[in-house]
Design a binder for this molecule. Structure first.
Ligand code: HEC
Length: 256
């Protein structure tokens, strides 16, 4: 027996309903993947004030911009559009001058916060973001930026570990029914996202401690994307383009 094509279930031999199910799933997951990339551009891509994800963005997001405060880097990054230039500069100036409580009220920072920020940054927003109705919370973000907090890393890490491994369970399962890829390459591609997911996420933590690990975040994420694209393309190809030669109902999971 050479491969799945002679015996055993394979993608090309599946009936239309199972192919429709697999295709629906793969399509939605691919759109989800694109959305995740868009979201990364918004949260991390702007960390250095420039569009597009770079190593600096990763360093600023996880290690922090140790020369400045989080409030300043966000106002030059993902929060840039939330207030006009003038108000942003006022806040940044206030931070540079020591983020003093008296000045917070006297120089109109409280007012800017109230009109521009607290509609999202309040205790009832349900978002995991600081509450800027309280001076203490604003002051905390005006301190030296040490990047992502350990609690937010723990939260985002476990969500990604559970969520992404689940997605790759099904993408890998569908791809495992393909026949055109040599056995060891196939097993390698299936296990690759799991290995690189661990590298990616452990590098978030390592980058918090040492900025040189930012490269591994990029490598981990990139390798995950490559294996996803590979499994996706091969699976779609074998379902819809590969001729169903020697199709046998014994090779299908369902009759139709
Ligand atoms: C439309 C809703 C919205 C408005 C308005 C808004 N923010 Fe945000 N803010 C967010 C979201 C969502 C995040 C988390 C994503 C991110 O970090 O980009 C965030 C994150 C932040 C963070 C990082 C907090 C942390 O602990 O990681 C700072 C600092 C911040 N905002 C400052 C401001 C300031 C200052 C203003 C007003 C000029 C403002 N934001 C207005 C939604 C908003």
């Amino acid at each position: 027996m050479t491969s799945n094509s002679s015996r055993g279930i394979n993608l090309a031999s599946q009936g239309i309903s199972l192919k429709a199910l697999f295709t629906g799933y793969l399509t939605v997951v691919a759109v989800g993947y694109l959305m995740a990339i868009v979201q990364i551009q918004f949260t991390h891509g702007m960390a250095d004030g420039k569009m597009g994800l770079s190593v600096d963005d990763i360093v600023y997001s996880y290690y922090g911009k140790r020369s400045g405060s989080l409030i300043e880097s966000k106002l030059n990054g993902s929060m840039q559009g939330m207030a006009p230039e003038e108000d942003r500069l006022k806040i940044i100036n206030w931070v540079h001058q020591g983020a003093d409580e008296q000045a917070f009220h006297d120089t109109g920072i409280r007012e800017i916060m109230d009109t521009r920020c607290i509609m999202c940054h309040n205790a009832d927003s349900g978002l995991p973001i600081p509450d800027f109705t309280k001076f203490e919370d604003v002051a905390e973000k005006a301190e030296t930026d040490t990047g992502a907090s350990f609690s937010s890393l723990a939260r985002v890490s476990h969500i990604h570990l559970f969520g992404i491994s689940f997605i790759f369970m099904f993408v890998g399962l569908i791809f495992s029914l393909s026949t055109g890829v040599p056995k060891y390459l196939k097993a390698g591609v299936i296990v690759m996202p799991y290995v690189f997911l661990l590298i990616d996420i452990s590098s978030w933590w390592l980058t918090k401690l040492n900025p040189n690990f930012a490269w591994f975040v990029i490598i981990g994420g990139g390798a995950m994307g490559i294996s996803f694209a590979f499994m996706w393309t091969v699976s779609m190809y074998e379902m819809w383009i590969l001729p169903r030669k020697g199709v046998d109902s014994r090779n299908a999971l369902l009759d139709e």
